[in-house]
Design a protein. Sequence first.
Length: 263
Amino acid sequence: MEPAVEELMPRLLPVDDCDLSEDFDPTVPPRTPQEYLRRVQIEAARCPDVVVAQIDPKKLRKKQTVNVSISGCQPAPEGYSPTLKWQQQQVANFSAVRQSLNKHRNRWRSQDLDSNVNMPNLEDEEGWKKFCLGEKVYSEIDTESDNENLGIDYIKVGFPPLLSIVSRMNQATVTSVLEYLISWFGEKKFTPELGRWFYALLACLEKPLLPEAHSLIRQLARRCSEVRVLEENKNEEKVSALNLIICLVSRYFDQRDLADEPS
C-alpha cells in the first residue's frame, strides 16, 4: 500500500517491530499475537487492488430487477371518478374488515381446510396463479362449466380468498402472491377473481408497509388506472372494482398522490 493511501487509511492493528523466529511460516496457525498480526498483514498485501465478480448471465435473465416508475395514476375519464363520500365509506369498510381479520385470525386459521385445498409453496408462482384464478382463467378458456349441477370445481374456477385460507398466509406469502397476481394483471384483463384476491391480500398487509409491499401496491393502483381509461362504459361493474382498489391504495395506505380527484 502506498504511503499516501496509508495516511488516509491508518492501520487499526499496527504491527511493531518484533523478533519473529527464523522458522516463522505464515501458512501455519499463528502461535503468538505478533505472528497472527503479521500473518494478517501479509494476506492483506496479497489482495488485488481491483476484484471483478464473475456473474452468470443466465441467472440474471430469470429474475430481472424492475425499475418502477414513481409517477402517479392516470386521471379518471370524465364521470368515472368516485365521490369523496364513496371513497371515505370504502376506507371505513376496509378498516373494519382488517380489524375483524386480525381479531379472529387464530380462530379461522384453526379451521380445517377441505381436502381439495392444497396451497402452493411460496415460490410456486404458476401454482399460485392457478390456485387463485383457476385453470379456466389461467389457461384463458372461455367455455362454460359442463357440470354446473355437480357443484363448483374450484380447480377450474379458482379458490376464493376464504378466511380459512388467507389467515394461514404469513407476510412473506401475502407479498409474494400479491406480486404474482400483479405480474399477471400487467399483461391480462381484469377479472372478478382477480379483484377479490387483490382486496383480500390488501386486507392482510401489515402496516407500516415494507418497501417491497409499498412498491407493489403503487404498481397495482397505476395498472388499475390504465385499465380504467380503456373501459368504454363508466357504469361497468369493473370500473367500480378498479376505483375501489385505487381508493384503498391511495387513501388507506396513504399513497395520496395516487388518489382520484372527487367527482
